[in-house]
Design a protein around this ligand. Structure first.
Ligand code: NAI
Length: 481
């Protein structure tokens, strides 16, 4: 019987291993983490992350062939295949600060694997890592291994938060990179056999290690680039009277381009896109390729521009001041169907409005108040000028920010409301009731194009929808980005 262990019980390790356990009932899967609260939550009725369908999968296998534990060393010792799915954030200080991946957690996991192992193992990179990380990991493992054989594989994860379970059931592809030696190929086959329990073998792509590592960074860079492209177009649409949804549809029906990932928005967020592009930029720079690095930098710059452009639009539309005005923020997570707020555009938009002395009333169906307060009082790191920005005072945040438990409370007596996450429930709100309870003129700033702008205008709102033709009110008050 094959035993699998996954180090890191986060957004990737938890769902990926739960689905693996469900699809491979004869394999024992242990998910381990140094964080006791996280493991306790995985063992409880309230899982540490929100993902549609996840609770059901976990309940089906937990205690049978799926275990969550803090006893990292024991499970690593017992396993044949060890996945490493620890966090790989952007370095915030030292060499490469602002761009390079911080591999501290990865290195410490690798050293621990070398320390506790008494039998040969396949070590799988699940975390997103810089290209050629496997070489460094191999060195750590073999220099400390006491003669045990380790095979390193790269098996990057392509799931998207919010649809993780669906993506894991039906991945577009599974990518496995390994050494081109007999032992390397044998290890690839062992991992392919695990996935072949539910993924058609023609969808399991096997490559060399460096191609697999780089493909993950490339995939995220391409996805983010599409969002920045359509967002750059959205600014031009507003200036010219074109409608970004119509433009995206016309462009996306070209089969060479395709329709997905062409929704204009307040900007992309999440723990991966920015971090992985910064990592790519750093690798280009280290390899003496500044033009390639600058190309990818622009994707993040457009994203920063889009967030600031949105916040400036809010301020300029409301007579150039939001000082003392209540503004409702609907949605704080970086996308719908997740409670994850890492790099959410809501942080930049809210910080900008707080700096302009607005009073924010924030509602998100999944994000807890402590998380929102923590996010808004944390120093923001400027990737292009890696000096920590001035910390916004926590007292300012507690005075100016209120977190509430429904959209009607958030919007009561507000001058404006901003939709920052595309939660389905925002589409079916009673906007007549909301309008009646707001200050007039009542503004809606839709950063996700989810509300029915025509209907809202009929009710009496002044509506800004990203990338759409502007109301005459907004035209008269141009936003300065
Ligand atoms: P996360 O921060 O949710 O989880 C990482 C976990 O690793 C944490 O619970 C942490 O306590 C644990 N950990 C760190 N060092 C450890 C150690 N030495 N021993 C045991 N546990 C340790 O991170 P997330 O979002 O799951 O991401 C993990 C990796 O997967 C990252 O490299 C990320 O770039 C990549 N990825 C993330 C995706 C996402 O949608 N979140 C999608 C695809 C890849």
């Amino acid at each position: 019987m094959v035993k699998i262990c996954c180090i890191g019980a986060g957004y990737v390790g938890g769902p990926t291993m739960a689905v693996m356990a469900l699809k491979c009932p004869e394999i024992e899967v242990a998910v381990v983490d140094i964080s006791e609260p996280r493991i306790n939550a995985w063992n409880s009725d309230r899982l540490p992350i929100y993902e549609p369908g996840l609770e059901d999968v976990v309940k089906q296998c937990r205690g049978k062939n799926l275990f969550f534990s803090t006893d990292v060393e024991k499970h690593v010792f017992e396993s044949d295949i060890v996945f490493v799915s620890v966090n790989t954030p952007t370095k915030t200080q030292g060499l490469g600060a602002g761009k390079a991946a911080d591999l501290t957690y990865w290195e410490s996991a690798a050293r621990m694997i070398a320390d506790v192992s008494k039998s040969s193992k396949i070590v799988v990179e699940k975390s997103t890592v810089p290209v050629r990380t496997a070489e460094a990991i191999e060195k750590i493992l073999t220099h400390n291994s006491k003669g045990i054989e380790f095979q390193i594989l790269s098996n990057p994860e392509f799931l998207a938060e919010g649809t993780a379970v669906k993506d894991l059931y039906n991945p577009d592809r599974v990518l496995i990179g390994g050494r081109d030696t007999a032992a390397g190929q044998k290890a690839i086959k062992a991992l392919r056999d695990v996935y072949a329990h539910w993924v058609p073998v023609e969808q399991i792509i096997c490559t060399n290690l460096w191609s697999a590592e780089l493909s993950k960074l490339a995939a995220n860079a391409f996805l983010a680039q599409r969002i920045s492209s359509v967002n750059a177009m959205s600014a031009l649409c507003e200036a010219t009277g074109a409608d970004v949804t119509q433009v995206a549809h016309a462009v996306g029906t070209d089969t060479r381009i395709g329709p997905k990932f062409l929704n204009a928005s307040v900007g992309f967020g999440g723990s991966c896109f920015q971090k992985d592009i910064l990592n790519l930029i750093y690798i280009c720079e280290c390899n003496g390729l500044p033009e390639a690095a600058n190309y990818w930098k622009q994707v993040i710059k457009v994203n920063d521009y889009q967030k600031i452009r949105f916040a400036n639009r809010v301020v300029s539309s409301m007579f150039n001041t939001v000082s003392g005005k209540k503004i409702a923020i609907l949605g704080f997570a970086f996308k719908k169907d997740t409670g994850d707020t890492r790099e959410t555009p809501a942080i930049d938009v809210c910080n900008r409005l707080v700096a302009d002395k607005a009073k924010l009333s924030i509602y998100d169906p999944q994000v807890l108040e402590e998380q929102i307060r923590r996010d808004l009082s944390m120093a923001r790191f400027d990737w292009d000028h890696p000096v920590p920005l001035q910390q916004i005072k926590a007292e300012g945040i507690s005075e100016q920010v209120n977190v509430v438990s429904d959209a009607y409370e958030a919007t009561k007596d507000a001058h404006g409301l901003c939709v920052l996450t595309e939660w389905d429930e925002f589409k079916s709100l009673d906007f007549k009731k909301i309008f009646d309870n707001m200050q007039k003129p009542a503004f809606v700033f839709d950063g996700r194009n989810v509300v029915d702008a025509v209907k809202l205008r009929e009710i009496g709102f002044i509506v800004y929808s990203i990338g759409k033709p502007l109301d005459s009110w907004l035209k008269d008050m141009p936003a300065v980005a």
